[in-house]
Design a protein around this ligand. Structure first.
Ligand code: GRF
Length: 219
């Protein structure tokens, strides 16, 4: 039986993409990455698609006159690859409502904050400025509200007194982010995870009342 088909959308360094490539190769993530799309031709993360022999396409916004046109091009590329699951992995674009609705229930995002705290950019600096004691990352289903879809799994690290946005970002990436997508996508790939039309996350047939927590090292 063929494995569920996963598409990954990136814009940058691709550390999450690399972790997904490794996990599909080792079998930890029972899926096959059928397409990588980058919104930037110069995204370093494209190297992992090449390294792992995965089909990849660059779809750059500057070629399109409107957000709708851009998202139509994304949809055309995705639909040709017939993905069961789509992972936004550092994809630096706000998607149109039409796009999100089209793929809702199979579209996931990873975000570097303990959502609902700090949607958008600059999350590490905001956590420091806010005097938070912990900071982390979340994987959520994508709904039309930016970084606002139901969170499935998140994890946190303690903020240290001498942390800078860079040191915090590195720790969140290495200790949390790179461990979040693989379990979530594995549950989805094996049919254990669903999103209902009412935006309720179902895991193993039970509604998820609160996000699952990977780790909270400060507790
Ligand atoms: C990650 O922090 C991700 O959460 C955010 O953008 C960053 C992408 O990093 N949305 P990478 O491209 O996976 O290295």
């Amino acid at each position: 039986m063929s494995l569920p088909r996963l598409a990954v959308l990136i814009s940058g360094t691709g550390r999450n993409l690399r972790a997904l490539c490794e996990a599909t190769q080792s079998g930890e993530l029972p899926a096959q990455i059928v397409l990588v799309i980058s919104s930037r031709a110069s995204a370093p993360g494209l190297q992992y698609a090449r390294e792992y022999g995965i089909a990849h396409q660059v779809i750059e916004p500057k070629t399109y006159v409107s957000r709708e046109d851009y998202d139509d091009a994304l949809s055309a590329a995705l639909d040709a690859a017939r993905p069961n699951l789509i992972a936004l992995a550092g994809f630096m674009r706000i998607l149109t409502e039409g796009f999100v609705r089209r793929y809702q229930g199979r579209l996931f995002n990873i975000h570097p904050s303990l959502l609902p705290k700090y949607p958008g950019l600059g999350t590490h600096a905001m956590a420091l400025k806010g005097g938070d004691t912990c900071h982390g990352a979340s994987v959520h289903y994508v709904t039309p509200e930016l970084d606002g879809g139901p969170v499935i799994l998140q994890g946190s690290v303690a903020i240290q007194p001498d942390d800078t946005p860079d040191s915090l970002s590195k720790r969140v990436m290495e200790q949390i982010e790179l461990n979040l997508y693989i379990p979530v996508l594995s549950w989805a790939a094996t049919g254990r995870l669903h999103l209902t039309d009412e935006h309720i996350v179902m895991l193993d047939g039970e509604p998820l009342r609160a996000p699952l927590q990977l780790l909270c090292s400060h507790q």
